[in-house]
Ligand binder design. Structure first.
Ligand code: ZN
Length: 292
């Protein structure tokens, strides 16, 4: 366990107002799904003067239309991290919502969200993502980091991938990390960490590459191996992930494992396996935060 970080704010890192998160509609930034979500126009993050409060939103019954929820005071002395558990538990039963086209951040569109993948035994990716995210949240919180989740539970729909980025941007967090598992061919195995490339703004440049690298290093440190079927050395520069394209803070997306590979399916399906992934992700985030 690493002690709480000494707060050293680097220029360019936005102080974190936080809140406990909640968002609305959408889904997957990823390559691991099969369905899509809908469109909620991306909006520019409001300017946050010192001492401002952050307004969060909570999903309504469908999980797709945000409504005012609560405000939290800014706490600029702490790191703030947005965790984005990919997909959502009710996406599969709401195809119209999740297939809705949304801006992909590079002039085109993609599905609001997808269902995500699953193991051959039907353990769903959204459940894996959610469990790992909660464990990462707890590990970061124990180290004094404020955490915002892009969705409040694993029973809703969405939010759309672009909205997840908007949520992160509005918090002014230091970083956003999306958590996924892949659904590739059976022989593929290993993790890969995606970042936006070519970068669309300063936060998507070296800072995001460093964040992705720190996550990959920590995953290796936990004994995981880089993917043998995608990327190089566990890193995967991508231009097609809307959640990363819309990010205006350093952002990365972790594909922890290939759920269609029998050995990795067994690993992600166990509580101990999920804890190992969460430990690595939390360690990677801390390493990056404290290096800034
Ligand atoms: Zn996914």
């Amino acid at each position: 366990m690493t002690p709480p970080p000494h707060r050293i704010r680097r220029p360019g890192l936005r102080s974190g107002l936080v809140l406990w998160a909640l968002v609305s509609n959408l889904v997957a930034l990823a390559a691991c799904g099969s369905i899509k979500l809908t469109n909620i126009p991306a909006t520019s993050p409001p300017a946050r003067p010192p001492g401002a409060t952050l307004t969060t939103t909570q999903p309504n019954a469908t999980g797709l239309k945000p409504s005012p929820a609560s405000t939290s005071p800014a706490t600029p002395d702490k790191f703030t991290v947005v965790l984005d558990p990919g997909h959502n538990g009710a996406n599969a039963s709401h195809p119209t919502e999740i297939n809705r086209p949304v801006p992909n951040g590079r002039g085109s569109t993609k599905a609001c969200n997808t269902t995500g993948t699953s193991t051959a035994a039907d353990y769903p990716e959204h459940a894996f993502n959610w469990d790992v995210a909660l464990q990462v949240r707890d590990a970061l919180t124990a180290r004094g980091v404020q955490v915002v989740l892009t969705r409040p539970d694993n029973t809703g729909v969405g939010p759309c991938v672009n909205d997840r980025a908007t949520i992160a941007n509005r918090t002014g967090a230091d970083a956003m990390v999306s958590i996924h598992a892949d659904g590739a061919t059976r022989s593929g195995h290993g993790f890969h960490v995606a970042y936006s490339d070519p970068p669309l703004n300063a936060s998507q440049g070296p800072s995001s590459v460093a964040l992705a690298t720190a996550l990959a290093t920590a995953l290796r440190g936990e004994g995981f191996t880089p993917a043998n079927y995608k990327g190089a050395d566990g890193l995967d520069p991508r231009s097609d992930l809307a959640g990363l394209n819309h990010a205006r803070i350093p952002a990365a997306l972790v594909e922890c494992a290939n759920m269609r590979n029998p050995q990795e399916a067994a690993l992600v399906s166990t509580p101990d396996g999920r804890t190992r992934y969460a430990t690595a992700i939390a360690d990677g985030i801390m390493a990056w935060l404290t290096s800034q």
